[in-house]
Design a protein around this ligand. Sequence first.
Ligand code: CTP
Ligand code: MG
Length: 235
Amino acid sequence: MLSNQQPQLIAVVPAAGVGSRMRSDRPKQYLKIHGITVLEHTVNKLLSHKLIGKVIIAISENDEYFPKLDLARNPDVIRVVGGGERADSVMSALRYVVNHFSTEWVLVHDAARPCFQLSDVDTLIDASFKNHIGGILASPVTDTMKRGDTSGRIEHTIDRRDMWHAFTPQMFKVKLLFNALSGALDSGVSITDEASALEWSGTKPELVKGQTSNIKITQPEDLALAAFYISRDKG
Ligand code: CTP
Ligand code: MG
């Protein structure tokens, strides 16, 4: 069980994407749900967790939206400059963590996932403290999986047993993640989540089952679903 004696944790939030698949007039983290931006929903929920003390947000260099938010004046929120790919943005925030904090553990969470459950974060933290490496929130694949060819026809069906959707938060020891991510980026490996960097370095992070409502807002239709989950959880 978690207790108040545990060290404070730091969360890193990559929020420097442009949201091209969302096709809206601004990056999706600045679209509003129930009057506040997706980024505020995400960061406020992270800060409401009793073990998370600071949130480091990676923001694009010429972002005109962030300075207008209350978050920009929150003493528990630190802004760093993001990079060209998600992994570069995470790396930028991790570099800040390594240089300014002695905290052992970090959680990395997408700005575009405002619907995560605090109870799932508890489960992830518990599992990470127990396995000493860390892990990710994830969910077993339920649909039948097909591999397509370039003309959109089915090559074959993939066995879905042991297949998982990878979510965030992903929680790791700061130094382990920093070394794995910088090593993977230096080697030119394609990294789409933190666990990929750990896998590349030969570590096996734990899969921690979380709620499927932890969607990543990606396409226009996702916004209404996120709004539904947020109001359901508030009610
Ligand atoms: N992200 C980031 N820096 C980048 C790219 C993405 O910090 N260079 C962040 C996004 O802001 C988002 C998270 O990583 O919170 C997950 O990425 P994704 O869903 O792919 O967001 P976008 O890259 O913004 O969207 P798209 O791929 O549709 O352009
Ligand atoms: Mg992207």
